[in-house]
Design a protein around this ligand. Sequence first.
Ligand code: NAD
Length: 485
Amino acid sequence: MANNTKYIKNYIGGALQPALSGDYLDNFNPATGEVYSYIPDSDAKDVAAAVEAAEKAAPGWAQAEPRTRFRLLMRIADIIEQNLEEYARAESVDSGKPMSMARTVDIPRAQSNFRFFATSVLQFGSESHPMPGEAINFTLRQPLGVVGCISPWNLPLYLLSWKIAPALATGNTVVAKPSELTPMTAYLLSQACLEAGLPPGVLNIVHGLGPKTGQAIVEHPKVKAISFTGGTSTGKQIARTAAPEFKKLSLEMGGKNPNIIFADCDFDEMMVNTLRSSFSNNGQICLCGSRIYVERPIYERFRDELVKRTQFLKVDNPLSKDADLGALVSKQHLEKVQRYLELAEVEGGNILCGGEVLQLKGENEGGYFMRPAVVDGLAIDCRTNQEEIFGPVVTLAPFDTEEEALALANGTPYGLAASVWTQDISRANRVAERLQAGIVWVNCWMLRDLRTPFGGVKQSGVGREGGQEVLRFFTEPKNVCIKYG
Ligand code: NAD
């Protein structure tokens, strides 16, 4: 499908084009450490062109028959599905994640995002508030106009489409910016939009650096709302920029998620899922559990079993079908994770396994590979336990009481997700109620229903995505009050 992926292009006003400056940034393959393609180094002028195109397309798209929008979004999903292998390979090469994961998780979920929101908007209703004998109020939900969608590198097409699809389905036009570390599937998506016949300017994708391209999107006065997923410090910067303009904001940010494991849990089921929640995508999923608290009677058994299973994980070329873990996304990120492991030792932690940087052979010699690490012996308030590492590192600690487990779990500035493992349904309910998190999984992890609210509390987020929540975010409610004659 894609002819030239060496020079990625912006998608503006229905045309694929380089940055107006003609400048490019290097795009690295994290599994080889080599530059394998180039990204437009876009600036405020490219963003202004994208906003202009989006503004021009806005009235037609907002007034299009809902069925028209539905058909186009379904068509985009079909094109992604027909090219699953190409998309999965592109995602794997760009991000370092195993191709098996891109094929079974990332790309299927991107299709589902388009299908889910194409369909759900057809069933989206709004309220009416009758004043008997006097008047009727009804809520008219209208698109906002031009909106900005900014996404991170860890689940590139999955998270970009999680924003774009509901924004388009509700009748907005979009200026989107994928992460500069993983631009390739967004480029493939722009080609899919052309093939599907999406009207020019309805979706615009501008590539480039966060502080330059992303900042220009947030600053642009005609962009009415920003839906952002990424780090908490970037979210703060976006909030500072957008607040004086009173833009609508949805911020999905970092996490330091706790897993609470009680002694009465189904041990085998818990072990399988705890390994997944620790190291899927090299721990580079915002929902990964990075702090594991285990009730003391099973602490040693759990620790030894987790270390054993972690040591079995195969770190390899992400395109190899045997790879459990691929490469970390960038050299800078690998070095950041290494620094946290050094810090963990300084803070008194024991590295029970992993943490070594691996040098694979052949074409992967220069890739950013690391063995997954398990650490124990750290205090709750140390930096390793308080700051987001976002890599293949988990910390363990025992607890004695439910109260203590809750204090440990809630004892960070973050509040995205948590998992609880117990067979006691009353305890599960009590703990779920008191956890400071936007999402609580009981006896499972990453079991997702797209209808549910998705987001975090404290420093993990503002607002909710998913289901009806995001349809509300991308529309403005207007109350119309009609007095009876
Ligand atoms: P990041 O904040 O560095 O970048 C995210 C996006 O924001 C990128 O596209 C980047 O170019 C852009 N950006 C950077 N500076 C900007 C600015 N000043 N204005 C506008 N845009 C700007 O995050 P990352 O390193 O790409 O992703 C990792 C982070 O994302 C982790 O903290 C992780 O927890 C978080 N994350 C959160 C969720 C969630 O749903 N809560 C999901 C996935 C990832």
